[in-house]
Ligand binder design. Structure first.
Ligand SMILES: *Cc1c(COP(=O)(O)O)cnc(C)c1O
Length: 231
C-alpha cells in the first residue's frame, strides 16, 4: 500500500507538471488535492509521508472520524455536498469547503465561522453541465448573487469555483464544462471587481483536460489510492 501510494503520487505530480508545460501554465500553478474518501488513515499517512499535505473528503462524518488521529499540518478540504445541519463540524475541521451551493449554506458557514473564530476558504459549486442529478448552482445570475453575498461575509474567504464533469464525458464535453467554469469565473471577477483565483476541477479521469482549461486544484482519488467499492 505505502509504496504503491508513493509511486502513484510521483507519477501524478509528473503528469501534472507535464500538463502545465503543455498548456503554457506556470510550474506549480496546479495544486494536487488527494481525495482519501473511503480509504483508511494508513492510506492518508502513506501519502503524507510522500510529502502530500492537502487531502479531500466528501462526507463530514468520515472527515470527523479520520482527521483527529492524523497530523495537524494536514489541510482538509470538504468536497462533497454539505447539509446545513452538518456545517458545524465542517467549519471546525475543514480549511476549504468546495461545495457551497446555496445562500442558506453560505450564511450558515459565515455565522459558524464567526462563532468559532475560523476563516474557511469557500468555493461555489457550479452545475455547469446542467445534469438534473447534480448538486451545484445553476446559472450565472444565481452564481453572481451568491458570490456577491460571499464578499460581504467577513468570516469566509471566497476562493473560487468548483465543478464536476459528467461521468464518462468525452473530450469535447469535458472541454465545454471546464472552459464553461473558467468563463463563468472570469465574468464574476469582472462583474464584482474581485479575484477568484481557484478553479477546482479535474479528477482521476480528466485532470489533464481540466489543467489545459485552467484548473488550479485537481481532486484525485482513484489514481492515487486505487479503486473504491461503491459507497
Ligand atoms: C470522489 C471525488 C473525487 C475524486 O474522484 P476520482 O475519480 O477517484 O479521482 C473528486 N471530486 C469529488 C467531488 C469527489 O466526490
Amino acid at each position: 500500500m505505502k509504496d504503491h501510494v508513493k509511486k502513484q503520487l510521483e507519477e501524478i505530480r509528473f503528469k501534472i507538471s507535464e500538463a502545465e508545460k503543455k498548456s503554457g501554465r506556470l510550474p506549480g500553478s496546479v495544486k494536487l488535492l488527494a481525495v482519501s474518501k473511503t480509504f483508511p488513515p494508513e492510506a492518508v499517512m502513506a501519502a503524507y509521508e510522500a510529502g502530500q499535505r492537502m487531502f479531500g473528503e466528501n462526507r463530514v462524518q468520515e472527515l470527523e472520524s479520520k482527521a483527529p488521529a492524523l497530523p495537524r499540518d494536514i489541510e482538509w478540504h470538504l468536497i462533497g455536498h454539505l447539509q446545513s445541519n452538518k456545517a458545524v463540524k465542517a467549519v471546525k475541521l475543514a480549511s476549504h469547503i468546495h461545495s457551497v451551493d446555496s445562500l442558506k449554506l453560505l450564511q450558515r458557514i459565515e455565522s459558524l465561522a464567526a462563532e468559532s473564530g475560523r476563516l474557511p476558504s469557500i468555493l461555489l459549486e457550479m452545475n455547469v453541465s446542467g445534469e438534473e442529478s447534480k448538486f451545484g448552482i445553476s446559472g450565472e445570475d444565481e452564481a453572481l448573487r451568491i458570490a456577491e453575498q460571499s464578499l460581504k461575509c467577513s468570516h469566509v474567504r471566497l476562493a473560487g469555483l468548483m465543478t464536476m464533469a459528467p461521468l464518462g464525458a468525452d473530450e469535447t464535453e469535458l472541454r465545454k464544462v471546464f472552459s464553461g467554469l473558467r468563463t463563468l469565473r472570469d465574468r464574476i471577477e469582472s462583474s464584482l471587481g474581485t479575484k477568484l483565483p481557484e478553479l477546482s476541477m479535474g479528477m482521476s479521469q480528466d485532470y489533464e483536460t481540466a489543467i489545459a482549461e485552467g484548473s488550479t486544484i485537481v481532486r484525485i482519488g482513484t489514481a492515487i489510492f486505487g479503486g473504491r467499492s461503491a459507497q
